[in-house]
Design a protein around this ligand. Structure first.
Ligand code: GTR
Length: 423
């Protein structure tokens, strides 16, 4: 290697480190920025009606996100790959019907599938609305339910620092129950369906080979092209395959399925909901940078941080925007706009500054004019609300006290939102 090359590499590394140290948390230092106008077509024409939005502007924005951010996903399979592997009509002490459905993720075989755990309230006879959630951990962590078989999970070995599959332990059962609030969901008359994202593709650089993406590579390719899906695209695609299976289930009210995700899985839920209009509303719980937060604010996490720490998440083209947020022909309000006119809930937590709560609010507000085209109200004030004061109608936002997490307070708001949207 030449001396000049070594020097250049050293300089670039030093710069990357300096940037990670200097996270912007001072509102006064947020640069002045101009967002691309969500209602102006690339040819300069203004969108004035819902038909122009649906037929012309929405496809433009979707294409931008497919090319520049998350990458194109493969076409859906010709038929759903769903196999009911167990049913218990008296789960959770008789409160719920529990089903586990094996969702086959590739028609080409390859043995890739994920287990969809469903709890439906047992007292209703009619098909029920369902929250579909992406989980960071195996499905046995959702509830302290001995009827869910323990499986394997991808974990980082603390000695070797390598990721490996480890068998779950009895103590893991229900370990994430408080992030799901299953009782509250069932009491409200809704079901909950959850799958573990690690079964679709384990979440680390190099994890792709254990997931579904290699099964869809174009002939002769060892890696997806720069405009083909990253891991978020794969997880989002799996959410749509889980939706195929919900549609297959006569106990589910398929016009009322909401998609929920937290943090990186909130980014995933937004992208899945943007592409797949079968989801009747989408919940972005603290999705932050690359999700709901406005990138141009430069507050908290930045594009470079995402692409450095998690190179597997986005497509190759997204790497072009490191330190160039102001050059993006899009920003997060445009990702959110793809959910219109369906429901959208964006939430933040006060101590989760890395996710830029204000940037998440501003994006939800800036996307709202699209809902207006459909005669709906989104968020009509640009002032950030105080803690625990949800604002907006078809687009709703709240910020709660506390840190990066999913809490009972968050679910209480989502259930209220569901009652409004699904009335
Ligand atoms: C962080 C990442 C965030 C967010 C979060 C999470 O490390 O920087 O973008 O996605 O992980 O998913 O918990």
């Amino acid at each position: 290697m030449s001396r000049r090359l070594i020097l250049a590499i050293l300089l670039l590394t030093a710069r990357a480190f300096a940037q990670q140290d200097q996270v912007l948390y001072d509102e006064n230092l947020v640069p002045v920025y101009t967002l691309p106008d969500v209602l102006v077509l690339r040819n300069g024409e203004t969108v004035r009606d819902s038909a122009t939005w649906t037929n012309r502007r929405r496809p433009e924005i979707l294409a931008l996100y497919e090319t520049e951010v998350f990458g194109h996903s493969p076409a859906p399979p010709s038929r759903p790959g769903c196999e009911l592997s167990s049913v218990d009509g008296a789960a959770l002490g008789g409160k719920a019907v529990r089903k586990i459905v094996t969702v086959h993720l590739s028609e080409k075989g390859g043995g890739r599938n994920t287990n969809l755990l469903m709890y439906l309230p047992s007292r209703t006879r009619k098909p029920v609305p369902v929250f579909l959630g992406l989980s960071f951990a195996g499905i046995w962590t959702v509830a302290a339910d001995p009827g869910v078989p323990l499986g394997e999970q991808w974990v980082r070995n603390s000695d070797t620092r390598e990721y490996e599959r480890q068998a779950a332990q009895e103590k893991d059962r229900g370990s994430r129950a408080q992030q799901w609030q299953l009782e509250k969901i069932l009491d409200a008359g809704y079901g909950l369906a959850v799958f573990y994202y690690g079964e679709v593709e384990p979440d680390f650089a190099g994890g792709m080979r254990y997931g579904i993406r290699p099964l869809f590579l174009k002939p002769g390719r060892a890696q997806p092209a720069a405009d083909e899906w990253g891991a978020i695209g794969a997880w989002a695609w799996a959410a749509s395959r889980a939706m195929d299976c919900l549609e297959n289930d006569k106990d589910v009210d398929t016009r009322r399925v909401a998609l929920f995700g937290h943090s990186r899985l909130g980014k995933t839920a937004l992208w899945a909901g943007a592409q797949d209009t079968r989801f009747s509303f989408v919940i972005s719980n603290e999705s932050g940078e690359g999700g709901a937060a406005i990138s141009r604010r430069l507050y908290g996490e930045r594009t470079r941080n995402l692409n450095t720490a998690f190179p597997q998440w986005f497509d190759g083209n997204f790497k072009n925007y490191n330190d160039r947020e102001e050059q993006m022909p899009f920003d997060s309000h445009m990702l959110l706009s793809l959910i219109a006119p369906r429901g959208l809930y964006v939430s933040s937590a006060e101590e989760d500054k890395w996710s830029d709560p204000k940037g998440e609010f501003l994006a939800a507000a800036a996307a709202s004019p699209v809902w207006r085209l459909f005669g709906q109200t989104g968020i009509d004030k640009m002032e950030m609300p105080g803690l625990h004061q949800p604002v907006g109608a078809a687009v709703r936002y709240h910020i709660r006290a506390g840190k990066h997490d999913v809490t009972a307070y968050d679910w209480e708001q989502y259930l209220r939102f569901a009652a409004d949207i699904w009335k």
